[in-house]
Design a protein around this ligand. Structure first.
Ligand code: ATP
Ligand code: MG
Length: 152
């Protein structure tokens, strides 16, 4: 059934609000209008909970996480999730969607992850006929950009 993205993202934010508040991380959402996509609600939830939890986990106290929703020329919904976190070194970027890949065991020790999150995210995005890309600068932050088909 159709899922309205803005409402969906707002509800997904709410799930993670406590952990964001604990680190005084500011959440911001911008979306132009009501946009709909077809998909499985639980799987879509898993995609965005994973990406937003990463953004919170890898962003220091007082940072910012921003979700920006737009429509592309090819009528895809583009969702970018940006943080002001520690960033990902360029040499690691090609591998972060691999299963169990974590950038640096020492730096991510505290967060207790398994390195599975992004491999699941990529798989689920592809199941929805979408794409996911990443841009990052060490010490400045990371942006994940998803494109998913829009329905009218
Ligand atoms: P989990 O399986 O619990 O999600 P994880 O967070 O370590 O564990 P992934 O979500 O797959 O695993 O992420 C892989 C690695 O990519 C992380 O260990 C981290 O090094 C890096 N990473 C992911 N998202 C970000 C981000 N927003 N900012 C900085 N580094 C990130
Ligand atoms: Mg993760």
């Amino acid at each position: 059934s159709p899922i309205e993205i803005k409402e969906f993202m707002t509800n997904t934010f709410a799930i993670l609000e406590v952990s964001a508040n604990r680190k005084h991380i500011d959440f911001q959402l911008s979306s132009p209008e009501e946009l709909y996509m077809e998909g499985d609600e639980d799987r879509l939830r898993q995609i965005f909970v994973n990406l937003l939890s990463n953004a919170i986990a890898y962003t220091p106290e007082g940072g910012k996480v921003e979700v920006d929703i737009t429509v592309t020329e090819l009528d895809m919904i583009r969702i970018s999730i940006s943080d002001t976190g520690i960033g990902i070194p360029e040499k690691d970027l090609p591998r972060i969607f691999e299963r169990f890949y974590r950038v640096d065991k020492a730096r991510s020790r505290g967060s207790g992850g398994t390195g599975l999150g992004l491999s699941i995210v990529k798989h689920l995005v592809e199941l929805h006929k979408g794409t996911i890309t990443v841009e990052s600068k060490v010490g400045q932050g990371t942006t994940f950009t998803l494109e998913l088909p829009q329905i009218h």
